[in-house]
Design a protein around this ligand. Structure first.
Ligand code: SF4
Ligand code: SF4
Length: 335
């Protein structure tokens, strides 16, 4: 407890960067492991490497489909159970701790932050005018609405059950791997555009286009936590507004209730006035900022531990079937 209380806001950036870097390294590690498993399936690697279930963290659409199935039928998807486990953990994190997943865990968010910092050093970042920002901010909600309509409203349970047994769904993680290993010309152009534009407009993908982030932002509206600014202590230096990765004008707000706040705490870390910016819970009680990342990690690892313990982590698809579908993955089209 004394560690939590003695944690200094000026260390928030270091802590956040360390946690983000560790999660990104972990993703690269299991990505490499998954690639070795894929090579084994193709017969291009002699020794067997187990398939890391954590790779399903990159299947959030599967998580959404499986959550609908779980709510309606009570069936926990046996094909991609880890995608459902991780998806539910991330939703709970958003409900309780704002978009902490985006700010502290997501490797795409970390990469975007690195590009942002580099662009800042090069003096390239440009703050988009409101008349352009607002329509762009709505794009991710349109994408989320599209997925919500297709999956939650339109897709019947019979269609979900039929789809989940298809080779395409079973090998969807292999399809995702191929998306990165064998990108089409369109994919390369789109990715190149997103990287380029991120040098001029901070966190372009996360702020304007990511439908996962849009969903978490909506849930975060119900979160009991928010960043609060004490206007009496504020000296209007604007440092918080300048550093905010979500481009929120922190210096002009009392409470940050925006669905775009990623709970990164950068504003608290940079503020020169002690206790001017703080993390507060409903009712206005201040709580130590370190509680946010610690609680987030606790939720994530609690879900992981529970899933491993109850058999909701590893896929139940028999290895020979997986191997067969992975060999066909490049030819599989959406049913
Ligand atoms: S308001 Fe503060 S905590 Fe929220 S995104 Fe901006 S810098 Fe991070
Ligand atoms: S960094 Fe702190 S003092 Fe400066 S404008 Fe923001 S809240 Fe006020």
């Amino acid at each position: 407890m004394s560690l939590i209380k003695s944690f200094k806001p000026c260390h928030i950036t270091t802590l956040r960067t360390t946690i983000q870097a560790l999660f990104t390294l972990f993703c690269l590690y299991f990505g490499w492991q998954f690639y070795q498993f894929y090579l084994w399936c193709l017969g291009e690697r002699a020794s067997f490497v187990p398939r890391p279930a954590a790779v399903e963290a990159f299947l959030p659409i599967s998580g959404l489909v499986n959550l609908k199935q779980l709510i309606i039928t009570g069936v926990y998807d046996p094909i991609h159970p880890a995608s459902l486990t991780i998806f539910m953990a991330v939703l709970l994190i958003a409900l309780l701790l704002r978009k902490g997943f985006c700010g502290w865990i997501c490797p795409v968010g970390f990469t975007s932050n690195l590009v942002e910092k580099l662009a800042q050093r090069l003096g390239l970042l440009y703050r988009l005018p409101d008349w352009l920002s607002y329509p762009l901010l709505s794009l991710k909600y349109l994408l989320l609405g599209f997925f919500f309509y297709i999956i939650v409203i339109k897709m019947s349970m019979a269609a979900i059950e039929q789809f989940s047994k298809t080779p395409y769904n079973i090998a969807s993680d292999a399809k995702m791997l191929l998306f990165f290993l064998q990108p089409t010309t369109t994919t390369l152009w789109v990715m190149g555009f997103l990287v380029l534009v991120s040098f001029f407009s901070r966190n372009f993908w996360c702020r304007f286009l990511c439908p996962y982030g849009a969903l978490l932002g909506i849930l975060a509206l119900a979160s009991p936590l928010r960043i609060n600014r004490d206007a009496e202590k504020c000296i209007d230096c604007q440092k918080c507004t300048k550093i905010c990765p979500a481009s929120i004008t922190v210096a002009s707000k009392k409470n940050i209730l925006s669905p775009d706040c990623i709970g990164c705490g950068e504003c608290i870390g940079v503020c020169p006035k002690e206790d001017c910016l703080s993390l507060q819970i409903w009712g206005g009680t201040k709580i130590p900022f370190l509680i946010l990342p610690l609680a987030m990690l606790l939720i994530l690892f609690a879900f992981y531990g529970w899933a491993v313990f109850t058999g909701h982590w590893q896929s139940q698809v028999p290895l020979p079937v997986l191997k067969q579908y992975f060999q066909m993955a490049a030819e599989l089209g959406h049913p």
